[in-house]
Design a protein around this ligand. Structure first.
Ligand SMILES: Cc1cc2nc3c(=O)[nH]c(=O)nc-3n(C[C@H](O)[C@H](O)[C@H](O)COP(=O)(O)O)c2cc1C
Ligand SMILES: [Fe+2]
Ligand SMILES: [Fe+2]
Length: 385
């Protein structure tokens, strides 16, 4: 596949992988992108996961048409991209690896012995004879060694993991945002500031195409929309006005109350209302919704003088991903000494710029007149927040 003149897509789909990075469900599979730039000298942009080495080597050979690759640019050393470098070098040992100094330090860790390594730093260029590559360091746009690459003549930004998504390669996917958002908040969410810094650096560039390491090449309106969303996401701003109700219920009474609250919120017209059952629904999807919307209600059963573990895990993940700048309500349930509320509050208080709503609702086993009235009050507070 040709991205544009002299730029070939040589990545691979992985439809069989069950979990990305050992934890994210892949209902639509995954792709590892790689590109080949054809000029007087040939440069390959990143390799693919070791699961797809053979297929990638074939794509590479087809695109090379008997020529030798002069450069292999490694923008990111994570194994989903560096996993085929060893095989590549055994076939093309003369190729010069081009990477950041930090990435160079990681080569041996991953068992990669390269004869020729050229480290590049911010603003360095590589002349391929007809095409020029310019490098931008993007530390912590997932890992510390990450860099992005701009091809001046073709106006392409090779963006590493930024602008990636879950799913096999689908050039004309209508809903890029859904799986790109789940990918962003779960994988890069913690690194909003580095992503913002990388976006600032690349904002000055004239970009016709974004070529990420996962997901489709972006251009035109889709690229503009992706840039708009990345600006919101990396700043932890609100994308959609609405409320996520995240619920962890042992026997179902808290979940029943969550459904009641969802109805109350819909009646009050608070925007989008999403209800997640933390025991069953995809956790990564729920994390994504938490960041997407401006308000959240956490509802959980008490458990061994603390909070039911699925809620603990959810809040712990939000802490890890730097959840911030949101308004949150709390509903606890307990049969003898409710403890979930205290625990959820303590975890939320460690996060930045979280506004906690009153009242914190306590349910004693199942909703009664008193707790229902509290829930109505909380619904009012959410609607007015
Ligand atoms: C393993 C376990 C531990 C529990 N620990 C507590 C507790 O420490 N304090 C409390 O008040 N209730 C505790 N409970 C009771 C539940 O929190 C309570 O029955 C609650 O109403 C369950 O709501 P649910 O129907 O939404 O699961 C515990 C229940 C289980 C199964
Ligand atoms: Fe990565
Ligand atoms: Fe990746």
């Amino acid at each position: 596949m040709l991205v544009t003149s002299s730029v070939h897509y040589i990545g691979c789909d992985d439809a069989e992988l069950d979990l990305f990075e050992g934890q994210y469900a892949l209902p639509e599979g995954m792709c590892y992108n790689s590109y080949l730039l054809e000029a007087s000298a040939i440069a390959v942009m990143d390799s693919v996961d070791a699961r797809k080495t053979d297929e990638w080597m074939q794509h590479l050979e087809t695109a090379l048409q008997g020529r030798q690759p002069s450069y292999l640019v490694l923008q990111h050393m994570e194994p989903d991209h560096s996993g085929s470098v060893k095989t590549f070098l055994s076939k093309y040992p003369q190729t010069t690896i081009v990477c950041s100094a930090k990435a160079q330090g990681m080569l041996l860790q991953f068992g990669i012995q390269a004869q020729n390594v050229q480290t590049v730093k911010e603003g360095d260029t590589l002349d391929l004879g007809g095409l020029t590559l310019r490098f931008f360091m993007a530390p912590m746009v997932h890992w510390p060694e990450v860099m992005m690459t701009y091809c001046t003549e073709r106006k392409i930004l090779f963006s590493a993991d930024a602008f990636g998504k879950f799913g096999v390669y689908e050039a004309d996917a209508d809903d890029w945002a859904c799986e790109a958002r789940r990918y962003y908040f779960n994988i890069c969410g913690k690194y909003g500031t580095p992503v913002t810094m990388a976006l600032k650096k690349t904002a000055a560039l004239d970009i016709d195409y974004i070529c990420p390491l996962h997901g489709p090449v972006l251009e035109g309106e889709k690229m503009a929309e992706a840039l708009r969303l990345y600006t919101i996401w990396s700043a932890y701003d609100v994308e959609t006005k609405g409320v996520l109700i995240a619920c962890a219920s042992i026997h179902g009474n808290t979940l029943a109350a969550a459904n009641r609250l969802a109805d109350m919120l819909r009646e009050r017209g608070v925007g989008k209302v999403a209800l997640a059952d933390l025991c069953r629904d995809d956790m990564a999807e729920t994390i994504e919704d938490a960041f997407r919307m401006d308000r959240m209600v956490v509802m959980a059963s008490s458990y061994d003088a603390t909070v039911f573990p699925p809620m603990h895990q959810f809040l712990w993940k939000l802490q890890q991903k730097a959840y911030q700048k949101r308004t949150v309500g709390i509903v606890e349930n307990g049969s003898w000494a409710p403890s979930a509320g205290r625990e959820m509050k303590a975890m939320l208080e460690t996060m930045k710029d979280i506004t906690l709503l009153e009242p914190m609702v306590t349910i004693k086993s199942a909703l009664n007149e008193e707790s229902l009235a509290q829930l109505q009050q909380l619904a009012d507070a959410i609607a007015n927040a």
